[in-house]
Design a protein around this ligand. Structure first.
Ligand SMILES: [Zn+2]
Length: 103
């Protein structure tokens, strides 16, 4: 089962990959093509991305339509594992866990 899935532009051309972040309980997306691309090993089951991914807090809506602010989330994704750095503001700060499979 893949742990990241491809994301395309509206016209179907490649954009990047997304994964389900267990720290944020939300998906994250980075570009893997174009001028701001992350390095990606191309392995959907054991992905490695470089450099690290930093998601800044921003307003969002939960599943009930209630506004909340997302956590700060700073991670390395290496070999299908997600390493949460100590500056994350969610419960998985400082931990390394398997990246969840994406159905
Ligand atoms: Zn996250």
């Amino acid at each position: 089962m893949p742990r990241v899935k491809p994301v395309t532009h509206g016209d179907g051309s490649p954009y990047g990959v997304h994964w389900d972040c267990p720290g944020c309980a939300a998906p994250h997306v980075v570009p893997t093509s174009g001028p701001n691309a992350w390095g990606f090993n191309g392995d959907m089951e054991r992905p490695t991305l470089s450099p690290s991914v930093l998601c800044h807090p921003h307003p969002a809506l939960d599943e009930h339509g209630k506004r909340y602010e997302t956590p700060r989330c700073h991670t390395f994704i290496r070999d299908g594992r997600i390493e949460f750095l100590a500056d994350c503001t969610h419960a998985l700060a400082g931990q390394t866990v398997d990246l969840p499979e994406v159905p």
